[in-house]
Design a protein around this ligand. Structure first.
Ligand SMILES: C[S@@+](CC[C@H](N)C(=O)[O-])C[C@H]1O[C@@H](n2cnc3c(N)ncnc32)[C@H](O)[C@@H]1O
Length: 459
């Protein structure tokens, strides 16, 4: 379990953050449902908004949402000190926003890189010390260059590394990884690991032969001019130190390795959930994340095992289908006519989402809201209506479905898989540039049922 927070550094607020941070104590939230209804009517596109402030820009992550999105709901639906949860936290956007707004944040994810990333993004550290350690670390890595080998990898992992990284880059990466291992303080070590990872999974200036890694769709290009990991690490380090320095020093966040289908949290312990599940069948996070995780002791086989447990994975062995609401069954039957295997994958996705929604309902405090941002999934050319399916399932487990809003994705900025980025006017393509924002409420406890508990025995 990674617990982050509370190091003593000076709080620096940049203009945009300041404006929002100073407004952190919102008026009494008398009717959260009405507020949620109103928020869902707003423009949720945030086109052109500055998304790269504070630690949000530490590391690329496919399909993360703009920070303004969780920020809006957190600010309007909670008060300072409230607990905000993202059970599929990804790159930690919701939890960073919770901290920026003076709330407590909890993030859960199965993905080892997501957990490391969210943990680092929510742990303020001293700027001066990071610079000092960074210089020392680069010096040490240069010393180690002549001595490192790839002998720590098993055969399969070594083949992977040799296939994707040119010889010179492999050496530098191994030396850097070894030097990072020597950093004693775990929170500081994680920061350097993340900076290392950001030199590999980079939008530009990457050090591997993979193109499109930051979109989670790597393909090898032997003609690619790769960059030196040591020099890229140095450049990235300074950027990351400055980004982290914008985080409030007194924030409290807990980032946990765990499964959204079995949350390690008490009943009724959360004031607001803002989350976005994986797309059904679209983004394979592990395809990109293993490029950096192999350098920190994970084997390729290890990572494949973890990947099979992700919601939306195509592994349907041992899957026990749950009964679905009628409208979802109709979509499943339609898809089954086109492709039985894909229909099974989708059924598994909805079954897993039902487990997630039950857990969300359990951990939420009665009368509190949840917001789920759901992308469009297309299978065999058919829009499988993930948003209405999830809303129906949410209703079937006991949520009050307050509304579903639509938002457009900023094609030029949101890091979606490349096929999502094509400019094409077909109806399906249009839909894939939109996503849905589902507003949910956990009903208040029924007065009647409480009243029954108060009845004296024997009446
Ligand atoms: C669309 S991403 C979330 C992106 C996030 N909103 C952000 O802004 O970075 C979905 C996340 O769900 C995670 N995930 C998949 N299956 C999970 C599970 N069973 N439990 C928890 N997290 C899971 C994936 O690892 C991924 O990080």
């Amino acid at each position: 379990m990674g617990v982050s927070g509370a190091a003593q550094v000076q709080l620096k607020l940049f203009p945009e953050t300041k404006k929002r941070f100073l407004g952190k104590t919102s008026p009494a939230k008398s009717n959260l449902r009405d507020i949620l209804v109103e928020l869902l009517k707003r423009d949720l596109d945030f086109q052109g908004a500055r998304t790269g402030y504070a630690s949000h820009r530490l590391h690329p992550f496919a399909a993360k949402f703009p920070p303004q999105l969780p920020g809006l709901f957190i600010q309007a639906l909670t008060d300072a000190g409230d607990v905000i949860l993202d059970p599929m936290v990804g790159s930690g956007t919701t939890v960073v926003e919770a901290l920026m707004l003076g709330r407590k944040g909890i993030g859960v994810d199965l993905d080892p890189l997501a957990v490391r990333l969210s943990s680092v993004k929510t742990s303020p550290l001293d700027e001066g010390r990071l610079r000092y350690l960074g210089r020392k670390l680069l010096f040490r890595a240069r010393q180690l260059l002549e001595h490192v080998t790839l002998s720590d990898f098993d055969e399969k992992t070594r083949s992977f590394v040799e296939y994707w990284f040119p010889d010179g880059a492999r050496k530098e990466l191994a030396a850097l990884a070894r030097a990072i291992e020597e950093v004693e303080e775990p929170v500081e070590r994680r920061f350097f690991e993340l900076t290392f990872s950001a030199t590999i999974i980079a939008k530009s200036g990457s050090v591997s032969l993979a193109r499109d890694l930051s979109h989670s769709r790597p393909h090898r290009d032997l003609n690619k001019r790769t960059k030196s990991p040591l020099s890229q690490f140095g450049i990235r380090l300074e950027k990351n130190i400055r980004s982290l320095a914008e985080l409030p020093a007194d924030g409290k966040a807990w980032i946990l390795t765990g499964d959204a289908r079995a949350l390690p949290l008490k009943n009724g312990s959360v004031d607001l959930i803002v989350t976005s599940p994986p797309y059904a069948n679209a983004i394979d996070y592990m395809r990109a994340h293993k490029f950096s995780l192999v350098w920190f002791g994970h084997s390729v086989d290890d990572l494949s095992r973890i990947r099979a447990t992700y919601i939306g994975s195509e592994r349907t062995k041992d899957f026990v289908p749950a009964q679905m609401p009628e409208s979802v069954e109709e979509v499943l039957a339609e898809l089954q006519k086109l492709d039985r295997k894909k229909a099974k994958v989708l059924w598994k996705y909805f079954t897993e989402m039902e487990q997630v929604l039950r857990e969300m309902l359990r951990v939420l405090s009665p009368g509190k809201p949840a917001v789920m941002v759901v992308g469009t999934s297309v299978m065999r050319g058919m829009d499988v209506h993930t948003h209405t399916g999830i809303a129906e399932i949410a209703r079937s487990v006991g949520f009050d479905v307050v509304g579903i809003a639509q938002r457009s994705l900023d094609r030029d900025r949101r890091m979606m898989p490349t096929s999502f980025g094509k400019r094409n006017n077909s109806q399906i393509e249009q839909r894939t540039h939109r996503e849905s924002v589902i507003g949910l409420m956990k009903p208040e406890e029924e007065v009647g049922s409480r009243f029954l508990l108060w009845q004296p025995a024997g009446r």
